[in-house]
Write a protein that binds this ligand. Structure first.
Ligand code: PXG
Length: 439
């Protein structure tokens, strides 16, 4: 049946992403403004942002420098072709990203999202081996409970069942490491003690398939979307060792951990483990304009720089790779982070955040709490027979009470902007306690 012509406030046409559409449209939650740590709702209420939008507005909202940079750029050079043509700030932004990246990471390939960064990195990994005459290395290793966006490569290496089961998994040649969530690590503050040996499963996978068939292993240094799973002490180091031993590229998916979320520019620096590639997005532009980037070592990049000079080296890219407005937003975002020392600020407030979060240990329904940097997760006991329902009710109540949280399964995840003040941490956690105790 054809829909009637939509009226301006008709909510039917927009099929919302990762949303309970029918629930939402029956009782909509609309934001109409934002500034610093707060959103303004359509009813004129202020909502404290406990999630930096979707883990992306690391500098807070409507920051003047970023707003002005975007306004200026859109009036000056709105778009420039991304293939066979350049514009200066795409190069400048790449240099500024490399300035804060770990030593050894020195090239930037632009995308428009985290999902595209993942697809790009997986393709580069396979093509890298082929360029070096190692064309049998096509297999990709992900991890259970991993989230690498929603495109076919990403859901294939990803390990969240609801994101995969409806869509087939188009990519063959994929295997998965076990996730790192162990019951003995419950209530750990920061990095858990147990489970470094879970990385040894990569040796089992190598023994099963043969190292000469494996291109890359991709993991989130801290798994975000699945509900915040921390890497056990020594785990990432071990993964690095095994990858190096077998010539497998190690990809860190830093879409969430990048740009200060752990108190260093990237998780690679926080854990002092150097991957061969890093996928990024979100905090790169403070979420203001869609943009992502894959960062690679010189060795990965240089493997492609051969053959006749007039030839394209990598047959991959997007119409909007390095879009000028996104680049302007990116540059202004990195300047804001630097001028306000926001990565250090995150590191400074992280212990306070940790204590506040763990004070919820005796709140109702709570069965585990996990944290690192300005990331926190509060896991709730599911309602028997109705998984996700308790956390979703908490989300709705929290919103009514003026805080924005995220839920995944029965886990509440929080990732506030790095500008959060202690009093706002207290407000967020205090309100959440109130919500849980009255659920
Ligand atoms: N990799 C990781 C590690 C991510 O967290 C993506 C890739 C995909 O990014 P795009 O830009 O294509 O969405 C992500 C995105 C949540 C939540 O609340 C997490 C993401 C996106 C939206 C919500 O957990 N992560």
């Amino acid at each position: 049946m054809a829909l009637d012509r939509p009226t301006p406030n008709d909510l039917r046409a927009f099929w919302m992403p990762f949303t309970a559409n029918r629930q939402f449209k029956a009782s909509p939650r609309m934001f109409v403004g934002a500034r610093d740590m707060h959103y303004t709702t359509a009813e004129g209420r202020q909502v404290l942002d406990g999630t930096a939008g979707l883990w992306c507005c690391n500098a807070g909202h409507c920051r003047p420098k970023i707003t002005e940079a975007v306004q200026k750029q859109v009036a000056e050079l709105d778009y420039a072709p991304a293939f066979q043509m350049g514009h200066p700030i795409a190069f400048e932004l790449a240099n500024r990203i490399i300035d804060i990246a770990p030593e050894g990471i020195d090239h930037v390939f632009y995308t428009n999202s985290g999902s595209e960064s993942v697809e790009t990195a997986l393709k580069i990994a396979i093509a890298y081996h082929r360029a070096r005459g190692d064309g049998a290395r096509t297999r990709l290793i992900g991890r259970e409970r991993g989230y690498h966006g929603v495109n076919f490569g990403g859901i294939s290496v990803g390990g969240i069942v609801n994101n995969r089961k409806m869509f087939g998994t188009m990519l063959g040649g994929v295997d998965h490491l076990p996730h790192t969530h162990l019951p003995e690590n419950a209530w750990t503050k920061g990095q858990p003690e147990h489970g470094a040996n879970l990385a040894d499963d990569l040796e089992r996978i190598v023994a099963l398939h043969g190292a000469e068939t494996i291109a890359a292993c991709i993991v989130e240094p801290v798994a975000g979307s699945t509900g915040v799973l921390l890497p056990p002490r020594g785990y990432l180091e071990r993964l690095r060792e095994i990858c190096t031993k077998h010539g497998i590229l190690l990809i860190f998916d830093e879409v969430i951990t990048g740009f200060g979320r752990l108190g260093s520019p990237f998780a690679a620096q926080h854990f002092d483990v150097l991957p061969d590639m890093m996928t990024t997005a979100k905090g790169l532009t403070n979420g203001v304009i869609p943009m992502g980037a894959v960062l690679t070592t010189g060795a990965v990049h240089d493997a492609f720089m051969q053959g006749p000079e007039h030839m394209i080296e990598l047959f991959h890219g997007y119409t909007y790779s390095g879009n000028p407005i996104a680049c302007a937003a990116g540059l202004a975002t990195l300047e804001t982070y630097a001028e306000e020392g926001l990565f250090d600020r995150c590191a400074e407030i992280a212990p306070y955040w940790e204590e506040a979060l763990h004070s919820l240990r005796d709140a109702r329904h709570v069965i585990d709490i996990r944290n690192m940097g300005l990331i926190g997760a509060v896991e709730l006991e599911p309602i028997p027979g109705a998984p996700t329902k308790r956390a979703f009710s908490a989300f709705l109540k929290a919103y009514e009470k003026g805080i924005l949280i995220r839920t995944t399964g029965d886990i509440i995840a929080m990732s506030p902007p790095l500008i959060i003040e202690r009093a706002q941490v207290d407000e967020l956690i205090g309100t959440l306690r109130d919500v849980l105790d009255n659920l």
